[in-house]
Design a protein around this ligand. Structure first.
Ligand SMILES: [Zn+2]
Length: 120
């Protein structure tokens, strides 16, 4: 038996992918918030973090409605920056802590400490 992998669907392209390959977004009262830790309460949805065609306003509108434009901009700002820094040749030796991480201003206090919200 293969071990169970949670599958989520990208809201933009409808592709089903393992949850950890997708970026979670939560709609809050203040607007859409990127949720790389997957822990924020609220109405969530997922997009492909590696496919710019999934970040366009038109495709996000189904989920984000009037805030789709804002969400689209947030996705592009965060993900494009991340992509650039990942492909930049190592000019500064102190950058290793940020590589490969999607951190839109959210402290990544999960996954490194080993604590998990599982209650089994
Ligand atoms: Zn997608």
């Amino acid at each position: 038996m293969a071990k169970h992998v949670p599958i989520r669907q990208c809201m933009a392209c409808r592709l089903r992918r393992p949850k950890h390959e997708l970026l979670r977004i939560v709609l809050t009262e203040a607007g859409p918030v990127l949720d790389p830790t997957g822990r924020k309460p609220g109405r969530g949805a997922y997009v492909c973090p590696d496919k710019p065609e999934c970040w366009v306003e038109k495709k996000l509108r189904r989920f984000a409605g009037a805030t789709a434009a804002e969400l689209s901009q947030a996705l592009q700002a965060v993900l494009v920056i991340q992509d650039k820094s990942a492909s930049t040749p190592t000019t500064s030796p102190n950058e290793s802590t940020t590589r490969g991480q999607i951190q839109p201003g959210v402290p990544a206090l999960s996954d490194q400490t080993g604590e998990r919200p599982r209650s089994t």
